[in-house]
Design a protein around this ligand. Sequence first.
Ligand SMILES: NC(=O)c1ccc[n+]([C@@H]2O[C@H](COP(=O)([O-])OP(=O)(O)OC[C@H]3O[C@@H](n4cnc5c(N)ncnc54)[C@H](O)[C@@H]3O)[C@@H](O)[C@H]2O)c1
Length: 242
Amino acid sequence: MMAGRFAGRRALVTGGARGIGAGIAERLVDEGADVVIADIDGEAAQRTGDRIGAWAVQVDVADPDAVQAAVAATGPFGVLVNNAGVDAFAYFTDVTPEQWRRLLAINLEGVFACTQAALPAMQDARYGRIVNVGSEAGRIGSKGNAVYAAAKGGVIAFTKSIARENARYGITVNAVLPGPIETPLLREMDPKAIEVVTAQTQLRRLGTVAEVAAAVTFLAAEESSYVTGEILGVSGGMALGG
Ligand SMILES: NC(=O)c1ccc[n+]([C@@H]2O[C@H](COP(=O)([O-])OP(=O)(O)OC[C@H]3O[C@@H](n4cnc5c(N)ncnc54)[C@H](O)[C@@H]3O)[C@@H](O)[C@H]2O)c1
């Protein structure tokens, strides 16, 4: 660990109550950041915050007004990690408009809302690091997750566009695309399905939360200053295919 890499920086991690987000938040705290976890599950966010030494705020990223209020109350931020996301397995013919609106509202519009809330202060400060947690599903597609994949594909295009718009402010915007990552949620999947996704990686194993956090913190740090608009798979080579 590089202690102090984030000293003096305030960072917002959405969906940081558990899983990948909690791992990212913990690594940022360990390296000196003042971290705010924003999660729809306020109690879990508080528990994680108490455990790792971060602030916690209850917010639904799909509610832009609530996001504005939360960011106004806890910011300004030099680092934004848009990590909150949900997935729901269903073949597309079975997905209702209500279900697809919710998936888009959290996975794509949630990224819009948090980015819009955090950007003005970054522009004023002439410094910012935005890291969006997408998914390889958004790059290569995913059977049974078409809406999720479409939302995550939108995150990739949004990342590149916001990178273009904000380069002149010293703000970098990048995305990390996890492949199958060993989280409690993934462990609840059918073992056969885990075997199938593992076989889709070149490294033939699940990734760890720490491996995703390492990539996110690189892109969130000052030292990645010449990297923007990049889409980095942390997926054991899943995007290579074959
Ligand atoms: N786990 C994987 O294998 C994997 C693979 C590819 C991409 N991802 C992406 O990584 C990110 C984190 O996934 P995870 O596996 O840690 O999931 P998780 O379900 O363990 O954690 C997601 C967190 O987001 C929070 N959240 C959900 N909806 C929210 C909302 N509307 N507003 C605020 N917070 C909300 C949840 O309460 C939870 O704490 C997601 O964007 C996910 O799409 C995960």
